[in-house]
Design a protein. Structure first.
Length: 148
């Protein structure tokens, strides 16, 4: 049985894809309840920073420091440097990642800072990214800063 919070992140990724964006989703869970949802909206909003995790933090609104320290962040893809940095800034202690085969952020650094980081290699997350990259390689390369 799939983790319901990872499923919620996947729902966000699918929503991003339906909007014409990159299918990456995230949810922030506090004490067993989703308090923030987001998906990559760089394309939709013309934003340089609205990765799924950043959108999720924004949509969660202001939390108290002690609340962030009780959260679990779910992301369908390994968080990049920026998103990992936000998680470290707010001292989110636990991150669950749908997959890191497509892209791997600074996972060892995040772990070295005391974060419990779990990579689940979820088949649905992997397939979402595989299909997207096959159809939109140029957009994916732009998103991760690759030169073709």
């Amino acid at each position: 049985m799939k983790d319901p919070f990872l499923s919620a992140a996947i729902d966000e990724a699918r929503l991003g894809s339906q909007e014409g964006g990159i299918p990456i989703g995230s949810v922030l869970v506090l004490d067993g309840e989703i308090v923030g949802r987001g998906h990559n909206r760089r394309v939709q909003r013309g934003s340089p920073i609205l990765h799924a995790e950043m959108d999720c933090f924004e949509n969660a609104g202001r939390l108290r420091a002690e609340e962030y320290r009780r959260c679990v962040l779910y992301s369908t893809l390994s968080p990049c440097d920026m998103c990992s940095g936000a998680s470290l800034l707010y001292q989110v202690p636990h991150i669950i990642v749908g997959e890191n085969k497509t892209f791997q952020g600074p996972e060892e650094y995040v772990r070295s800072r005391g974060v419990k980081l779990e990579i689940v290699q979820d088949a649905e997350c992997i397939e979402l990214m595989r299909a997207f990259i096959a159809e939109h390689a140029e957009l994916w390369n732009e998103d991760i800063g690759e030169v073709e």
